[in-house]
Every structure is written in structure tokens, then in C-alpha cells.
Design a protein around this ligand. Structure first.
Ligand code: C2E
Ligand code: MG
Ligand code: MG
Length: 712
């Protein structure tokens, strides 16, 4: 085997992961450079120390599964991946890692190989430079001596490593593979050694692999972590994250490559399923609002760059409520599905059709030659409804009205474009149904009644019509209250209660949301600190406050929160800010910066409505919130949001694995509660326990908890 020519130190140095050899007592006997770089220690500071030196104090005393398992059976190999594990660095900071521990009998004693991998993807870049130097040093040491001991050390760190690993030549031929790798591609050593890696690389990814080899051989890249797909012998596709690094000889030539592989098939499948569900309407299968907004933003940016004409068409079914009332919801659903199918038939491949919600649909037309063409699209959409709908048990005449907003590079933002379509739709409805109209600025005043809510909201804050209500968050095992979510309420003098789902988006269209946001924070922080005085033991309760993405762009946010905390005396650890993935739609670096400043104050973050945004898993990795709030569509699916049960299970498992606290939203029944408890979800909120109540009612709720079981 070509690679047996390596000495064991060289081999350990060539491994892409931080690796330490531990003796029976857990004393460190050897560490490679990667580990030194990752932890910031010098070799002499680690060798002969106990491995505890690398364990953060908070993990030393806790019931750590890895340590317990290892203590119980030191001969089992352990892989801890995706755990919220970290290693304590020399400077006292923690580095989030994946961890593998492989025991090995060596020189008659039980040793272990511990390898850690930095799972903070961003660190990769920071380290490229020092890695390059490290590789150069390691390459110089390559020798050709071979003996028994080397073989044994090689087995210890490579063949027995639980992480799939491969040594390959610079032209992609396999020199050595370990058992774990054989398993991942379903082939024996004999079927792999000496063969080209193309043999088991998924055909679409062969070009990518070749490009990586080319870049590494030419020295353009030093260490690369990338995603590729393998083809298992049984034809199954295995998604893998591969870390590859070259070992260079003294002339700088790459002599061979070491790759270590992580199977991410399940993670990928979950991400794909989540993002499909998150971007499509479950009833009709059409794109949903989030996907539409994204496409519109892209189209708008293209037109601003290159010029051109586009249109947004907003369709609303006429008198749809009557269909629901007369024929029932099942028929109503059938109508929506059938209408969607008909619209789809006349949707051009370059355009996007989406269900906007309820009985409204949005159509994005791109690359129009003229306004006339937009009218043709509008006419085609209305025409498909001329024939009555033939449903099981009913023939229904269903028409629609349509508002068209044309836009070009001079148009303001995308929110304004949709609003223009809304105004035009409003006018179309007023002129008799089954018609379309095209927006013109003169229409604005005719539609003012429609938008007066926005103006009234401006006066609502000053007029004392807004207040905060508090919904208990409960420990699911004991039904005890552990915290409250602050939710805003608007009591309109004529319309009564206006739901936040209506007025928050309105406020978000302007800076009004900043005033509403300050009001919410001030009220919530004051309420939470008063519970301490009035309810003694309630001092540990946490309070969560919803933050809009727009607030993150405001320079005043951090000082405002600092000020609220100071004047109220509330322990910052009791304040949790709820954000959604949409915060990252703005400037990501700026958002992360603001988050870090708040975290350094002691404030925590919760990711709200998890599972409804874009590619939820990648945002999870980026934002690393302390709490995940599982959207209520997973917990209490309505007719329209039939979410996959296995997805709920996957989300809870994932969150627990990442050591995040899971809060289920919208628990309404004992059955839902039982299921969530069974899945291991720790906290929850919902009408089963209590709706949001006014601040005056909070003490009463605290006095009567824990909440009774409805079955008692
Ligand atoms: P959210 O943050 O996801 O809040 C949870 C929503 O679920 C609340 O609706 C709550 O009343 C409702 N809910 C709780 N338990 C149940 C249940 O068992 N069944 C059902 N069907 N619903 C339940 P609410 O108060 O109408 O608020 C809606 C959304 O408005 C909030 O969703 C949040 O995104 C936003 N919002 C509310 N207050 C504020 C605020 O002060 N600032 C900002 N930026 N957004 C807010
Ligand atoms: Mg919330
Ligand atoms: Mg929510």
C-alpha cells in the first residue's frame, strides 16, 4: 500500500481533523498541528496534560452523554456529530466542533484517538493561511521508512477511524480507504484501491471533483470542504460533505490527498423537504407568497440593471365566500384547486403563479414587449373561468377580478408594485366583477378607503389603542409556566380588535414599526420586572418579544434595548428576542453584528415560525438561536396546511441534537400535547393552556398554574 510509507506522525499531521492520542488515563500523548491551530495551544502546553483541559467548564460537570457512554464502555467508538459540543481554547473561548473518539489497543494498553472538526464553516477561511504553512512543514518530513510500528499507528488513526477516509493520488486514484468509507459507498477495499474515484462519484458531480483536484494540485486551494454525491453500489445516491487536503513534498508538489467524508444524506433530504414545504402552498401546490416575493425581487433587480417591462397581476375570486357558505369548505377547496389548475395551464414558463392566501392569486409576468401584452395575460387568466367548474356533486360558476400593475426600472420597490396591483384590483371590483383594470396613479385616491387603516395605525399608538398581551410558555412535562410571549393588540374604536397579522405588516412598510417595536419592548420589559416584585418566585420567568426584520436595520435598536434593561433592572438573561429568518434578507453581516452585540449583553434569541421560511436549516446554522419556535402549522395542522408528521418529528430531533430549546406554538389539544411530549419537545404555548392575556391578568394566571389537564 503506497501510503504505508508514511511515519505515523506524518500521517496524523496530514489528517484534516484536529487529532489527539490519549492514553488510558485520558492524558494527551500526541497532538497534531490542526488541533493546535484549532485550540490556540502550543504543543508543550497540551502534551502530558489531561484531556479535561480541552473541555469547557460548563460541560465538565454536566451529564455529558459522550463522557458517560465512554465511562461505561471504554471500548465503544463514539461519533458525536452535530451536537452542540465545543472545545475550550487557550484564550478561554469555545469552538463548536464535531467529535469522534476511537479506542485502540496499543502497546498492550487501551488508548484512544480523539478527533475534532471545527463545524463553524466560516473559520475555514480564516485558517487557510496557517494551514498552508503547516502543510508545507508536514510535507518536508515525508520519509520512506516503513516498519511494524508505523503500520500499527497508521491503523490506529486511519483504518480504525469511524469517519470515512480516503487517501488518493493527485490524479484521483485511490491509494487507501478505511472500513467506514467502504461502507458509505457499498464496495470492498478490493473494489476501490487502485481505481478512479469517478467509479463511485455521481455522474453529475464528476466535473466538480475533477475541478477540486485540479485546484489542489495547482496550489490554488490548500484545503477544501465541499459537497458532493457518491453513488452507492446499490445505485442509491449518498450526499456527502468532503474535506480534502493535500500532502505536498519539499518541492511543493501534491503527493497525495487525504479526504474525510461525512454522510449528510438525511440532513439534505430534510432541508429539501422543508424548503419545498416552506415555499409552496399545500392545498394547490402553487408557489407561496415567500417564493413569489423572492422571484419578484430578482425580476425587479434584473429590470433595474437591464431595463425591460414586467407586470404583477393580482386575482381575487368573486364572491368566493358564498361558495364556502353554500357548499361547505370541502367544495371550496376543490374550487381553489381547480381554479389553480386552470390558471397554471395558461402560465408561461418564464412567469410565476402563486397562491397569495385565501382566494387570491398573484401572477408575475416578466419580459413583456408592451403594456398590451400584460393585458393579453390578464384576459387569458380571466378567460379560463368562462366555462363553469365541474366538481364532484356541483357545477359552479366562478369568476375573478384582476388588478394589473406594470413596472419598469423606474418603479419603486416590490412592495409598492404589489400594492399598485391591489389598488387596481380594488377599482376593478368596484366597476363590476369579472374584469381587470390596469393601475394608474390617479387610482390612489379612489382606493384611499381601502388603505385608511394604515393612516389610522399611525394615530393608534399616540391614542393609547395599542397594548401588549402576554401568552404563557409552559414546560410540557409539568404544565408549569416558564415564561411569557409579548403579543401586541390593537383595539380599534370602530372595528374592534384588529389582529397583528394585519397591522404589523402595514407598520413594517414604513418606519412606524420602529415606534411599535420600542413600545412593545418597553412594555414587555416593564411587565417582566414587575412580576419579580409582585410574584416573588416568578423572578425566573423569561419574556420573549417579537422583533421585525426592519428593526435590525435601525441603529437605535441596541442602545434602546440597553437602556430598557438598565432602567428596569431586568436581568438580561430573562429577555429573549424572537426573530424570523427574514432578518437575514437584509444585510446579513450587519444583522449578525447586531445579534452579537445583543448576545454580549446577555440577551437570548428565538427563531420564530420555524419551518415556514426559506431553507430553514442553513439559517439555523447561521443564527444559532438558543430557542427554536416550531410554527403552529406543524403542531395543529389546519385543513390547508397539512404538514408532514414526520417533519415535526425531524425538527424536534434536530433541535434537540443541536441542544436548542424547542418551543411548540399553537398547542390546542391534549393529543397534540401528548405527541409533542413523546417527541421530546420541552416547551410550548397554545390555547390548551391559555391565550395571551392582558398584563393585569398575569398574576392570576401565575397563581393558578400549573395548568390542569383537560382530561382530569
Ligand atoms: P407569533 O410570534 O408566531 O405569535 C404566535 C401567534 O399564535 C399569536 O398570534 C398567538 O395568539 C397565536 N396562538 C397562540 N396559541 C395559539 C393556539 O393554540 N391556536 C392558534 N390558532 N393560535 C395561537 P397573534 O397574537 O395574533 O400574533 C400574530 C403574529 O403577529 C405573531 O406571530 C407575530 O409574528 C406578530 N406580532 C405580534 N405582536 C408583535 C409585536 O409586538 N412585534 C412584532 N414585530 N410582531 C408581532
Ligand atoms: Mg413570536
Ligand atoms: Mg410564531
Amino acid at each position: 500500500m503506497a501510503s504505508s510509507a508514511l511515519s505515523w506522525e506524518e500521517l496524523l499531521e496530514a489528517l484534516p481533523d484536529g487529532t489527539a492520542l490519549l492514553d488510558e488515563r485520558g492524558d494527551i500523548r500526541y497532538v497534531n498541528e490542526v488541533l493546535l491551530t484549532l485550540t490556540g495551544y502550543a504543543r508543550e502546553e497540551l502534551v502530558n496534560q489531561n484531556v479535561e483541559i480541552l473541555v469547557p467548564p460548563r460541560l465538565r460537570d454536566t451529564e455529558n452523554v459522550a463522557r458517560r457512554e465512554h465511562g461505561r464502555n471504554p471500548n465503544t467508538r463514539l461519533i458525536w456529530s452535530d451536537q452542540n459540543l465545543s472545545v475550550l481554547r487557550h484564550d478561554g473561548s469555545e469552538l463548536s466542533i464535531d467529535f469522534t473518539l476511537s479506542p485502540i489497543a496499543f502497546e498492550g494498553q487501551s488508548w484512544a484517538v480523539a478527533s475534532i472538526r471545527d463545524n463553524t464553516a466560516t473559520r475555514e477561511l480564516e485558517q487557510a493561511h496557517s494551514d498552508a504553512e503547516r502543510r508545507a512543514v508536514a510535507a518536508e518530513k515525508i520519509a520512506t521508512a516503513t516498519n511494524e510500528e508505523n503500520e500499527q499507528r497508521f491503523r490506529l488513526a486511519f483504518e480504525d477511524n469511524m469517519a470515512p477516509m480516503v487517501f488518493s493520488s493527485s490524479d484521483g486514484l485511490l491509494l487507501a480507504v478505511n472500513d467506514a468509507f467502504c461502507e458509505i459507498v457499498g464496495r470492498s477495499r478490493e473494489e476501490l484501491i487502485g481505481f478512479d474515484s469517478k467509479l463511485f462519484t455521481y455522474s453529475d458531480d464528476i466535473g466538480l471533483s475533477e475541478e477540486i483536484y485540479r485546484r489542489m494540485t495547482s496550489g490554488e486551494a490548500e484545503r477544501v470542504r465541499y459537497f458532493k454525491r457518491f453513488q452507492h453500489k446499490d445505485r442509491r445516491i449518498v450526499a456527502a460533505e468532503v474535506s480534502i487536503s493535500p500532502a505536498r513534498d519539499s518541492s511543493g508538489q501534491a503527493r497525495y490527498f487525504v479526504s474525510s467524508v461525512r454522510d449528510v444524506t438525511e440532513e439534505r433530504a430534510l432541508t429539501a423537504e422543508l424548503s419545498h414545504q416552506a415555499l409552496h402552498d399545500p392545498l394547490t401546490g402553487l408557489a407561496n407568497r415567500a417564493l413569489f416575493d423572492d422571484r419578484l425581487a430578482q425580476a425587479h433587480a434584473r429590470v433595474v440593471r437591464q431595463g425591460g417591462l414586467g407586470a404583477v397581476l393580482l386575482l381575487d375570486l368573486d364572491d368566493f365566500k358564498a361558495v364556502n357558505d353554500t357548499h361547505g369548505h370541502l367544495v371550496g377547496d376543490q374550487v381553489l384547486i381547480e381554479v389553480a389548475r386552470r390558471f397554471e395551464k395558461v402560465t408561461r414558463s418564464s412567469d410565476t403563479l402563486c397562491r397569495f392566501g385565501g382566494d387570491e392569486f398573484l401572477y408575475l409576468a416578466e419580459n413583456l414587449a408592451s403594456a398590451n401584452e400584460a393585458e393579453q395575460v390578464a384576459a387569458r387568466l380571466l378567460d379560463v373561468l368562462v366555462e363553469p367548474l365541474e366538481l364532484v356533486g356541483a357545477h359552479i360558476d366562478q369568476h375573478a377580478s384582476l388588478g394589473v400593475a406594470l413596472w419598469d426600472r423606474t418603479s419603486p420597490d416590490t412592495i409598492e408594485i404589489v400594492r399598485h396591483a391591489d389598488v387596481a384590483l380594488y377599482v376593478a371590483k368596484g366597476e363590476g366583477k369579472g374584469q381587470y383594470t390596469i393601475f394608474n396613479p390617479g387610482m390612489n385616491h379612489r382606493a384611499t378607503g381601502h388603505f385608511s387603516l394604515e393612516r389610522e395605525l399611525q394615530g393608534a399608538l399616540a391614542g393609547g389603542q395599542l397594548s401588549m398581551h402576554y401568552q404563557p410558555i409552559v414546560k410540557l412535562s409539568s404544565r408549569e409556566i416558564v415564561g411569557f410571549e409579548a403579543l401586541m393588540r390593537w383595539r380599534h374604536p370602530e372595528k374592534g380588535m384588529v389582529p397583528p397579522n394585519v397591522f404589523i405588516p402595514l407598520a413594517e412598510q414604513s418606519d412606524l414599526i420602529l415606534d411599535l417595536g420600542s413600545f412593545a419592548l418597553h412594555d414587555a420589559v416593564a411587565a417582566a420586572s414587575s412580576w419579580k416584585q409582585r410574584c416573588g418566585e416568578a423572578s425566573e420567568l423569561f419574556i420573549t418579544v417579537n422583533l421585525s426584520a426592519h428593526q435590525f436595520q435601525d441603529l437605535g435598536l441596541v442602545p434602546m434595548i440597553e437602556n430598557e434593561l438598565r432602567t428596569s433592572g431586568l436581568d438580561p438573561r430573562r429577555l429573549v428576542l424572537e426573530i424570523t429568518e427574514s432578518v437575514t434578507l437584509h444585510n446579513v453581516t450587519k444583522t449578525m453584528n447586531v445579534m452579537e452585540r445583543l448576545i454580549s449583553l446577555g440577551v437570548g434569541f428565538a427563531l420564530d415560525d420555524f419551518g415556514t421560511g426559506y431553507s430553514s436549516l442553513s439559517y439555523l446554522a447561521l443564527l444559532r438561536p438558543r430557542i427554536i419556535k416550531i410554527d403552529q402549522s406543524f403542531v395543529s395542522p389546519t385543513r390547508e396546511s397539512i404538514r408532514n408528521d414526520t417533519l415535526l418529528e425531524a425538527i424536534v430531533t434536530l433541535g434537540n441534537k443541536l441542544n436548542m430549546i424547542m418551543v411548540a406554538e399553537g398547542i390546542e389539544t391534549e393529543a397534540q400535547l401528548a405527541r409533542l411530549r413523546h417527541l421530546g419537545c420541552e416547551l410550548g404555548q397554545g390555547f390548551l393552556f391559555s391565550p395571551a392575556v392582558s398584563v393585569a391578568n398575569v398574576p392570576a394566571i401565575l397563581n393558578t398554574q400549573p395548568f390542569d389537564s383537560a382530561e382530569k
